[in-house]
Design a protein around this ligand. Structure first.
Ligand code: IVH
Length: 666
């Protein structure tokens, strides 16, 4: 037992240390696979030895229970915002102003920092432990996003010791953001899961952090850099802060620099502006901050801006072009997406000819119309976005855009469900939806039917050979012969691939159904818990919600899916046609799932029923007699003979508090 605890401690230390090297020092020592191996070992040991659970173990960054609504946190010192400069002249005026205010002719030293395009946050550490995290909010009061921030791996749950050691209370401020690559990968995943994509990395970061369900945040690739303080801690300069933060495990931007005067600060600005496109994240300017802490205090603030700092903005990479037409596309879930077809224009090294307009609200906000001249920019340097309309050049006859009342593909009624931004085509049989659903079903992450990609699906549906997902399994060689450039060999390949798909693992099958919000991760979570699709279909809302990783929105989406008669029919038809997903093993990463429990004695905080329900919902089994097969005996007060028997058999005995820890890891 001693050895296990030692190894667990060692693994935790190693992982924290490698996280630090990766996120703070930016010099990883381990290959990803080696890191993963350490992590897996820790997960396994902790799950086999729940008595060593600890809420600040690196394995606990998975997100706890969903919140109903964010609480509020008042910042002890208001979080100010920055004034902007848009030209070198304005940047130099800022320096002049400071010298006038301080009545000095001496040069002022500045720290320059790339301005990150993310979300300002404040973390509070007490005795080195993260106790709260909040958004900037209105500057005075922010939202309590502690649970979400705890899932961000760049944020230490405990500070490192320095030297010098951190102060007893540290209020540290910084930016949570998403790197360009991570943003693109996230959008791809969102798309595959039939969920909304984000317009740019900033929105993606903000949307990810402001999730009521921390389990969702945990799956979003967020990064963070720190650059400021709430309450002062007695530092002589801002640059000193950048020496301290990394030694406490808080990542800072390696491009921050100390400049002896405004001339060098402006030069640094130009250098960063040159390399802007190659930065791994989006930056919209450079922040200049007076380095000397005493000068900062003397300068103070004016109308919510510090006098000692300014954001010198980059010109945004924009181009002007014309909207030829606004086209409406229909996705798998029937959501209608308006897309602006543009006169092709060069932008950031590529030619842009389409830009998403997201939904009716976005269009209304921008008042974008067909024929308008518009400014476009590239969000995340890849997805082009219309930023605003040049109203001066609008032609007199133009009309506001309105989503069609009927689906542009099938003509069915279009509705906008309450509380949603998207309009949807109500016809589940709409060819556009059918094609998307079939593509999704056949996709690599779904049932992986090799070769059945866009081109063939389009043809099969257009030629009326395929009208729904189960139809895939009644396709015959003759049907394939009706397609362009189809030979006997290729047709046989398709039939073989279709045959092979009948026994894919359960998680692939769940993913392939295309349930809203259910992507590859949640498909796996569900598959591990439900050996058959019938069991999943029959599970009521409350039980779904009680599963770790499944938030209220996902649970509702699952219920809504299974309650649709068409979906029920589709699943029955697939099974009738021989689809037999193979069950997958229960998760190794839950300390409870697959384990057998016996309860004895009186519990203090829970009724027996409640404790049993929680164990079952976390994937465990509850039985009434202790045997060698029992994994844990939970002993309340006045435990009976069962606890004694457990002792005799060497079965581990848990206190009620241990059980609670196992069930609620954060
Ligand atoms: S300093 C008192 N430094 O920009 C100074 N802000 O309008 C307050 N930001 O809300 C902020 N990068 O979220 C500072 N290196 C940086 C920054 C930065 C991004 C954001 C921050 C703030 C906004 C200021």
């Amino acid at each position: 037992m001693k050895n296990v605890q030692t190894r667990i401690d060692e693994l935790r230390r190693l992982i924290v240390q490698h996280d630090h090297r990766y996120y703070v020092l930016d010099s990883p020592e381990l290959e990803d696979a080696e890191y993963d191996a350490l992590f897996r070992e820790l997960v396994q040991l902790e799950s086999a030895h729940p008595e060593f659970a600890s809420s600040d173990s690196p394995t606990q960054r998975v997100g706890g229970r969903p919140l109903d609504k964010f609480g509020q946190i008042r910042h002890s010192v208001p979080m100010l915002s920055l004034e902007n400069a848009f030209s070198e002249e304005e940047a130099r005026e800022f320096d002049e102003r400071i010298k006038r205010f301080l009545a000095t002719k001496e040069e002022i030293a500045y720290v320059i920092e790339p301005k990150l395009d993310g979300l300002g946050i404040e973390l509070v550490y007490e005795s080195g432990r993260l106790v709260s995290g909040s958004t900037r909010g209105d500057g005075e009061v922010g939202e309590d996003v502690t649970q979400n921030l705890k899932t961000v791996r760049a944020i230490p749950l405990r500070l490192r010791a320095g030297p010098p050691p951190p102060p007893p209370r540290l209020e540290v401020r910084g930016e949570v953001f998403m790197k360009r690559n991570d943003f693109l990968a996230l959008n791809e995943r969102q798309e595959a899961e039939g969920e909304k994509t984000f317009a740019n990395p900033r929105n993606a970061a903000a949307g990810s952090l402001r999730q009521l369900d921390p389990a969702i945040t945990a799956r979003r690739p967020l990064s963070a850099y720190f650059y400021g303080l709430g309450a002062e801690i007695g530092l002589a300069s801002h640059w000193d802060l950048f020496q301290r933060l990394p030694s406490w495990g808080l990542p800072t931007n390696p491009l921050n620099a100390l400049c002896p005067n405004i001339g060098e600060a402006v030069e640094s600005y130009h250098r960063l502006r040159e390399s802007r496109a190659t930065l791994p994240y989006e930056s919209d300017g450079v922040v200049f901050k007076v380095n000397d802490a005493r000068l900062q205090r003397r300068l103070g603030e004016v109308s919510r801006h510090p006098r000692w700092a300014i954001a010198f903005k980059f010109p945004s990479e924009e181009a002007v072009t014309r909207i030829k037409q606004i086209q409406v596309q229909v996705g798998r879930t029937g959501a209608l997406t308006p897309v602006a077809l543009l006169e092709p224009v060069r932008l950031g090294g590529a030619t842009v000819s389409r830009a998403t307009l997201h939904n009716q609200d976005e269009i209304d906000r921008k008042d974008a119309r067909a024929g308008d001249w518009v400014f476009v920019k590239r969000a995340g340097d890849v997805i082009p976005e219309v930023i605003r309309v040049d109203l001066g050049r609008r032609s007199p006859g133009s009309r506001p855009f309105k989503m069609p009342d009927s689906c542009p593909v099938c003509g069915s009624v279009v509705v906008r469900p309450e509380g949603e931004a998207a309009h949807r085509c109500v016809n589940a049989g709409c060819p556009a939806q059918v094609k998307e659903r079939i593509r999704h079903y056949c996709s690599r992450d779904g049932m992986d039917i090799e070769g059945l990609g866009d081109r063939f699906v389009d043809q099969l549906v257009d030629k009326n050979l395929l009208k729904d997902v189960p139809g895939i399994y009644t396709l015959r060689a003759e049907d394939f012969f009706k397609l362009d450039r189809m030979g006997e060999k290729l047709a046989q390949n398709f039939l073989d691939a279709i045959g092979r798909s009948k026994s894919r693992p359960m998680d692939r099958f769940i993913f392939a159904l295309g349930i809203r919000h259910v992507g590859d991760h949640l498909s796996r979570v569900l598959a591990q818990r439900f050996p058959s699709i019938e069991r999943l279909e029959a599970t009521p809302l409350e039980d779904l919600q009680a599963i770790r990783d499944i938030g209220p929105e996902v649970a509702r989406s699952l219920r809504a899916f299974f309650e649709q008669p068409e979906n029920h029919r589709m699943i029955r038809a697939l099974i009738e046609r021989g689809v037999r997903p193979t069950p997958v093993k229960p998760p190794v990463d839950s300390p409870i799932s697959g384990k057998t429990f016996v309860l004895t004695g009186e519990l203090q905080q829970w009724s027996r029923e409640e404790a049993e329900r929680q164990i079952r919902e976390a994937g465990g089994r509850v039985t009434s007699t202790v045997s060698r097969k029992t994994d844990y005996v939970v002993a309340g007060t006045h435990p009976g003979t069962k606890a004694k028997k457990a002792g005799d058999l060497g079965v581990r005995i848990l206190q009620e508090s241990d059980l609670r820890k196992l069930l609620e890891p954060t």
